[in-house]
Design a protein around this ligand. Structure first.
Ligand SMILES: Nc1ncnc2c1ncn2[C@@H]1O[C@H](COP(=O)(O)OP(=O)(O)OP(=O)(O)O)[C@@H](O)[C@H]1O
Ligand SMILES: [Mg+2]
Length: 234
């Protein structure tokens, strides 16, 4: 039996205060096996991004258990969760989230340096080459196309060699052809390195490339719509 790398049991989360508070996740349970690609779909506001934030330990839950790579997040301090996330989870966002006054190389190398990596710039340079950006390392984000910026963000996410890669609408800001290349890159890298990929998308064809699809609606996972596709049909 494959070990579940992501395990959520009965997770509930309310965000906001008073009249603006929203019960965002309602008794969400989920187990994702190591190396599996999972696509999360669902209407706007259904809780998809929040679910990713919970998996990344960026949002603390009110109730339930979050166990990532065999470790329960709830008992950890914020610093411990941050260190855990740095080692185990790579994150890619729709809007890239690069630091504008750092070059592509620095965007990838600096987080490695902060994590105590021995040779962060050499490692960053290898990661940028692996996403096809060897000739853009000294460019600033503002000097890169959207697709190139997302490649830098992917290199940054992959650089610490995390077990889990989460991506929130990674192709949402890109044209169709570029989005397809970025999706190809994510799937290829995740599978080459045996990473567990969790991807939120509004694009049904992208979700269909995941071995497993999960549909969210109003803070819940819809069991009837959870589709486990046959092995190998990415
Ligand atoms: N800090 C907050 N305070 C109050 N409500 C919040 C907060 N953050 C998120 N929400 C609400 O939680 C719900 C789920 O938000 P979330 O961003 O997870 O949705 P989503 O499924 O990712 O939507 P989209 O497809 O538009 O990105 C939304 O209704 C949102 O308004
Ligand atoms: Mg979202």
């Amino acid at each position: 039996m494959t070990e579940a790398v992501i395990e959520l049991q009965d997770v509930s989360l309310t965000l906001g205060e008073g009249a603006s508070s929203v019960h965002v996740l309602k008794n969400v349970s989920l187990a994702v096996n190591g190396g599996e690609a999972t696509g999360i779909v669902g209407p706007s506001g259904s809780g998809k991004s929040t679910l990713l934030m919970v998996i990344a330990g960026l949002e603390k839950v009110d109730a339930g258990v979050v166990r990532i790579a065999g470790e329960t997040l709830s008992g950890k301090t914020e610093d411990q969760v941050a260190a855990f996330r740095g080692r185990n989870i790579g994150i890619v966002f729709q809007s890239f989230h690069l630091i504008p006054n750092m070059t592509a190389l620095e965007n990838v190398a600096v987080p490695l340096e902060l994590a105590g990596h021995r040779d962060p710039f050499a490692a960053a340079s290898r990661e940028l080459a692996a996403v096809g950006l060897s000739d853009r390392v000294t460019h600033y984000p503002g000097e890169l196309s959207g697709g190139e910026q997302q490649r830098v963000a992917i290199a940054r996410a992959l650089a610490p060699d995390p077990r889990i890669l989460i991506a929130d609408e990674p192709t949402g800001n890109l044209d169709q052809a570029t989005g397809r290349q970025i999706a190809d890159l994510l799937f290829t890298k995740a599978s080459e390195r045996g990473m567990t990929l969790v991807l939120v998308t509004h694009d049904p064809s992208l979700a269909a490339r995941c071995r497993r699809q999960i549909a969210m609606r109003s803070g819940r996972i819809e069991p009837a719509l959870e589709v486990a596709l046959s092995a190998g049909s990415r």
